[in-house]
Design a protein around this ligand. Structure first.
Ligand code: HEC
Ligand code: HEC
Length: 314
């Protein structure tokens, strides 16, 4: 009681807002559904195949949503736990089209909205472990392709408990959904421009390799791809510096880069930790990997020594 009385008025009102919010779960304004892009192919199998490529090889959704951490290529029936002081425990959702426990009743537009804005079908904001911050700019075609692929999977019944606890509700004051917007596709090809798109908004290279800071744990875009010697809790390895600096991968040729992603072995003969999803990312086409490498050549070189962590026995 005394502690409250001694607080500055501004702080007291902030505390009041927090308490009221926690009790009433004050919500964000509704985020509109995206429209199905007119340019989406009418060949549904081709759309789903593009979605499969993005889900399995580029974004590796199974690294978080897989039933088994060891098999990101398996069923995306969820359950993996993530701990975040802002929101408590978040559990990766069941992305299979089961009517009761998965996305069975979700429309493609609803899936795309949650992927790109962080808003669930029921309006709840997703924990930011779900990387909507980066998927926000996934193109309309690609995002709908991802949704089409998810809906084409065999349904798996797995009830993943959601825990929007009090901390989660308070988190709403600092965490906000992203707006719905239209994102035109970047022309595909082995270009830096397409690599910029892939590495940030379709594959999650930037999500892991860019340092974060502040209460919202936002990526520091002035240090894009600079790596992390002190990664967030739960990272079993230190994401390398991928900028064209001597402390990054300036010395790597494009072939070195492709070889590392195909084999998991660096030019120095180091074996990459499996937390780096090289097996999955290495299945991307050579053109796509070249595009990413070409883009990485264009980011500002940043001096940042990232020591490699001890490896588990292989
Ligand atoms: C770094 C881990 C991570 C990755 C990678 C990831 N997600 Fe998620 N995702 C989560 C978590 C955790 C949740 C649940 C968050 C919550 O309950 O607040 C979630 C929630 C979702 C939801 C909401 C479903 C529901 O029922 O609430 C969808 C849809 C989704 N993810 C799709 C995807 C797709 C598609 C990909 C790949 C393109 C992907 N996610 C990649 C962690 C991840
Ligand atoms: C889930 C997090 C994660 C994602 C996603 C990720 N990386 Fe990594 N990456 C890492 C970590 C951690 C390491 C360090 C591995 C080690 O210490 O053995 C690494 C290492 C690397 C290396 C080796 C660099 C060196 O100096 O040895 C390259 C190249 C690389 N990543 C490229 C990529 C590309 C390209 C993508 C996107 C297609 C990507 N990574 C996505 C976490 C990630």
């Amino acid at each position: 009681m005394h502690a409250v009385i001694r607080m500055e008025p501004r702080r007291v009102s902030l505390v009041l807002v927090l308490v009221v919010c926690a009790l009433t779960s004050c919500s964000h304004a509704p985020v509109p559904l995206p429209a199905t892009p007119a340019t989406l192919s009418t060949d549904s199998a081709a759309v789903a195949a593009r979605g499969e490529y993005l889900v399995r090889n580029a974004a590796v959704c199974g690294g978080c949503h897989g039933a088994s951490e060891r098999n990101p290529d398996g069923a995306l029936s969820g359950g993996k736990e993530f701990h975040d002081w802002r929101i408590g425990t978040a559990r990766a959702s069941n992305l299979t089209p089961d009517d009761e426990t998965g996305l069975g009743t979700w429309s493609e537009a609803e899936i795309v909205r949650s992927l790109r804005t962080g808003v669930r079908k029921d309006g709840r904001l997703l924990a930011p472990v779900m990387p909507y911050e980066w998927f926000h700019q996934m193109s309309d075609e690609d995002a709908f392709a991802v949704a089409r692929y998810l809906k084409s999977q065999p349904p798996v019944r797995n009830n993943v408990r959601q825990s929007p606890n009090i901390v989660f509700k308070l988190g709403k004051l600092i965490l906000h959904p992203k707006p719905t917007m239209t994102v035109a596709a970047t022309p595909r090809g082995a270009t830096a421009e397409y690599g910029r798109y892939l590495s940030q908004h379709a594959a999650l290279c930037a999500e892991c390799h860019t340092p974060r800071g502040g209460i919202r744990s936002t990526p520091d875009m002035s240090r894009l791809f600079a790596g992390m010697a002190k990664p967030p809790k739960g990272f079993p390895a230190n994401p390398s510096n991928l900028t064209p600096d001597p402390t990054g991968i300036a010395a790597w040729s494009e072939d070195d880069f492709l070889k590392a992603l195909h084999t998991g072995v660096t030019p120095d003969g180091e074996h990459l930790h499996p937390f780096m999803p090289w097996k999955e990312n290495g299945r991307m086409t050579d053109d796509d990997l070249r595009a990413i490498h070409r883009f990485l050549r264009t980011v500002p070189p940043i001096h940042n020594v990232v020591p490699r962590k001890e490896q588990p026995a292989q």
